[in-house]
Design a protein around this ligand. Structure first.
Ligand code: DAH
Length: 353
C-alpha cells in the first residue's frame, strides 16, 4: 500500500503548510502547491489511472479523503486568516468620531463691500437708485463738465493718473480729451444727467484713484460713494435733512451733524460735513484731535454751470450732491486708525467684520 502511505505523508505535509500560512496570499500558494493543476496531490490523482486495477479503488478512496481533508483545512484556515485581516483593516481604517471635524473656512464680504452696501441701503430706503460709471474716464467728465477750470490743481500730473495725456499741441485737436483714472465718483453725476431726465435721485459707488503714497489716511486707490439729487424746488435744507438721516442710520441716533462752508468747483454753495465724535461725544478728545468733530464728506448745491454741460434747465431744476470716502466712513465707524489695513488683505483683521 505504498500509494496510501505517500498520500498520508502528502496530507500531513499539506496540513502543516496550511497551518504555517500566515496570510491569505501564502495560504493560496499552499492551495496551488497541492491542489493546483501542477500540484502534488493532483499529480497523484492523475497517476491513479495507471495503477493495477486491484489497488485502484482503495487508492482512489484514500486520495479523495486526503483531498477533502486538505480542502477542509484550507477553508478553515482561510476563514481564520480572512477574519484576522478584516479586523486589522477595520482597526487601521477606524475613524475616531470623537475628533473635532475639519474646519472648512468660509469667506465673507470684505468690510468695505459691507460699508458700501450699508451706505447704499440707506439711500435705497429713501427711493434712490444705484448708478455706476467707468473707472477709466475722460478728462471731460472728471474735470471739465464738473466746472474745473483748465488750470485747476487737481488736474496736475502729481494728483491724477493719466492713461493718455494730450499735453501741448495734441490738446488742440478738437473734441479730444485726456484719458485718466477717475479721481472721484463725481463724473458719475455727469453720466447720469446726460442719460436721465429729472427727477434724479441716485447713488454712485465705485473705486477712485489718486497719485498718493499710502499712509494712515491716504490710499492711491480708494472707494467713494457719490449722491445726486435733481428735482424741482430742491433746497439746501433738503440736503442737510438727507445727510442727517444718513448719519443717524450709519452711526446711530445720538450723532450730531455740522456743515462748514467749503469750496468745490461743481457745487455752489459747498460744505464739508462733520459728525460729532463718537468717543467724547463732542467735548474733544485725542481721537478727534480735541475738536469734538470728525469730517465725513463733501457736499453742496449743484452748480448751474454743471447743469449747463448736460442741458438741464437751472431755472426749473435745482439739486444737491455729496461724496464720501467709504474707507473713511468705515474707519470712523469701527475706530480703525490706519486705512491701509482695509486693503492689505490680512484676514486676522478682516475677519473681525
Ligand atoms: N468729489 C469730491 C472729492 O472727491 C467730494 C464731493 C464734494 C462730492 C462735494 C460731491 C460734492 O458730490 O457735492 O473730494
Amino acid at each position: 500500500m505504498a500509494i496510501s502511505e505517500d498520500l498520508r505523508f502528502l496530507e500531513r505535509e499539506a496540513l502543516e503548510a496550511v497551518l504555517a500560512a500566515d496570510s491569505l496570499d501564502s495560504l493560496d500558494a499552499v492551495r496551488v502547491a497541492y491542489l493546483g493543476k501542477k500540484g502534488s496531490l493532483t499529480a497523484v490523482l492523475r497517476g491513479l489511472a495507471s495503477l493495477p486495477p486491484e489497488v485502484r479503488p482503495e487508492a482512489g478512496r484514500v486520495s479523495n479523503e486526503v483531498r477533502v481533508r486538505i480542502e477542509t483545512s484550507l477553508e478553515q484556515r482561510r476563514r481564520a486568516l480572512a477574519s484576522v485581516e478584516h479586523e486589522t483593516r477595520i482597526a487601521a481604517e477606524a475613524v475616531d468620531v470623537t475628533l473635532p471635524g475639519r474646519a472648512r473656512p468660509i469667506g465673507r464680504q470684505h468690510v468695505l463691500h459691507q460699508i458700501v452696501e450699508e451706505i447704499t441701503g440707506i439711500f435705497l430706503g429713501l427711493g434712490y437708485r444705484v448708478a455706476d460709471g467707468p473707472e477709466v474716464e475722460l478728462d471731460y467728465y472728471n474735470f471739465t463738465a464738473l466746472n474745473h477750470p483748465p488750470d485747476h490743481p487737481a488736474r496736475a500730473l502729481q494728483d491724477t493718473f493719466y492713461v493718455r495725456d494730450l499735453s501741448g499741441d495734441e490738446a488742440e485737436v478738437e473734441g479730444e480729451s485726456d484719458v485718466l483714472l477717475r479721481t472721484h465718483t463725481s463724473p458719475g453725476q455727469v453720466h447720469v444727467m446726460e442719460t436721465q431726465k429729472p427727477p434724479i435721485y441716485v447713488i454712485v459707488p465705485g473705486k477712485v484713484y489718486r497719485r498718493d503714497i499710502a499712509d494712515p489716511s491716504h490710499l492711491p486707490q480708494f472707494t467713494q460713494v457719490e449722491g445726486l439729487v435733481v428735482d424741482e424746488g430742491i433746497t439746501f435744507g433738503d440736503l442737510k435733512g438727507t445727510l442727517e438721516h444718513f448719519v443717524r442710520g450709519m452711526f446711530g441716533p445720538d450723532r450730531r451733524v455740522r456743515l462748514r462752508p467749503h469750496f468745490f468747483p461743481f457745487t455752489e454753495p459747498s460744505a464739508e460735513v462733520d459728525i460729532s465724535c463718537g468717543i467724547c461725544g463732542g467735548t474733544g478728545c485725542r481721537s478727534c484731535g480735541g475738536e469734538g468733530w470728525l469730517e465725513i464728506l463733501g457736499c453742496g448745491m449743484v452748480d448751474p454751470n454743471v447743469f449747463g454741460h448736460v442741458g438741464i434747465d437751472p431755472e426749473r431744476y435745482s439739486g444737491f450732491a455729496f461724496g464720501m470716502g467709504a474707507e473713511r466712513i468705515a474707519a470712523l465707524k469701527y475706530g480703525v486708525p490706519d486705512l491701509r489695513l482695509f486693503v492689505e488683505g490680512d484676514t486676522r483683521f478682516l475677519h473681525q467684520f
